[in-house]
Design a protein around this ligand. Structure first.
Ligand SMILES: Nc1ncnc2c1ncn2[C@@H]1O[C@H](COP(=O)(O)OP(=O)(O)O)[C@@H](O)[C@H]1O
Ligand SMILES: [Mg+2]
Length: 337
């Protein structure tokens, strides 16, 4: 059976006013199964929105095709779009209308009317938890509340597939939490298929059944989080804060040669703004960064070794391989700006 969302060789070339060619998406292949939450994770400008716009039929691919529920978005756009709810990156609501009036308006655009429309609007207002504010004008809503109405609009016609393009950008943590919970409810209570884009590693990590990492218009890694982190070799990253402003080279050598699994040990000097006196620098101390297979288990031996070199430990942080590490491994850059 075809996957719920499929994309084959999707490409998009934009030509700017001065004739410059921008290859925004360079051949994306995707298959998202029914009931799956799939995230496209990538930095700003990676091509997430362009990809979503192509597979929702909003812009035409330069090459390639996509389908929803087996219906080609270019060949059978009406059938494909009937299954799809799109929650765009930009909020598009009428500020002078109330939440309910907005939902009514968009519901009519989807072809709903009468009692059916009323019922759907009620259900959606409950779902986005805004029934008690339904008659307030949207212009008086917070960014997070507007975002929730925006989500509601995308759900009015009971889609089976939902696209959400960076739905948490620019909203407060509480509303962000609600949006993430909404994504889970769409999957778990309604068996919907969700395609979610984000530049935030934490969100992709929390939400996704599978993740595609996109960079410069290409999917550079795709799989479950376990599959992706295995690519970086299952190395834990230990960051050990120490009192000294320099770690003895002997200690760094010892860490690499005497402790099994350690592949790298380096000193990270303290960074302070210019003009800070050396006493302050000394108080702050530096850090030792250790990359180690099964680093968590090796931690006691690592700490012992540091102590044996008369260096005092202030703090310890252990990070298991995460999507940030995968991105760093594949691109040599951090995901963060
Ligand atoms: N309409 C457009 N015309 C020209 N360039 C565009 C257009 N839309 C997007 N781009 C460019 O395509 C690239 C991908 O953009 P986008 O898909 O918006 O990335 P993302 O959503 O991952 O931040 C960027 O370099 C962007 O500047
Ligand atoms: Mg975008």
């Amino acid at each position: 059976m075809a996957a719920m969302i499929e994309a084959h060789g999707l490409k998009k070339v934009f030509t700017t006013g001065d004739g410059k060619r921008i290859e925004a998406v360079k051949g994306v292949d995707l298959a998202v199964q029914k009931g799956e939450i799939f995230s496209l994770l990538g930095p700003n400008g990676a091509g997430k929105t362009t990809t979503i716009n192509m597979i929702s039929g909003l812009i035409e691919p330069t090459e390639g095709d996509a389908s929803i529920g087996g219906h080609s978005i270019t060949g059978e756009p009406l059938r494909a779009k009937a299954l799809l709810g799109v929650i765009p990156q930009e909020i598009a609501l009428y500020p002078k209308l109330s939440a309910r009036q907005n939902l009514n308006f968009f519901g009519k655009m989807y072809g709903l009317s009468g009692a059916d429309l009323n019922r759907r609007v009620d259900e959606v207002l409950d779902f986005i938890d805004l029934r008690d504010r339904q008659n307030d004008r949207v212009e008086n809503f917070s960014g997070g509340m507007k975002r929730r109405v925006n989500i509601g609009v995308g759900l009015l016609h009971r889609p089976q597939v939902v696209y959400m393009d960076e739905p948490t950008v620019g909203i407060d943590p509480q509303n962000r939490r609600r949006v993430l919970d909404t994504v889970f409810r769409l999957r778990d209570e309604y068996n919907m298929t969700v395609l979610y884009t984000t530049h935030l590693m934490e969100e992709a990590q929390e939400l996704s059944d599978r993740v595609g990492i996109i960079d410069h218009g290409e999917i550079i890694a795709l799989g479950t989080q376990g599959e992706l982190t295995q690519q970086v070799g299952e190395e834990d990253r230990l960051t050990i804060g120490i009192d000294a402003v320099q770690a003895p080279q002997q200690l760094l050598d010892a860490l690499q040669t005497q402790i099994e699994g350690v592949t790298q040990a380096e000193f990270l000097a303290p960074t302070l703004p210019e003009g800070v006196d050396s006493e302050e620098l000394e108080r702050k101390g530096g850090k030792i960064r250790v990359l180690a297979k099964r680093g968590r288990k090796a931690l006691p031996r690592i700490l012992n070794l540091i102590e044996e070199h008369n260096v005092e430990v202030n703090s310890v942080e252990v990070r298991e391989p995460d999507l940030e590490a995968v991105f760093l491994h594949l691109t040599g850059r951090a995901l963060r700006d």
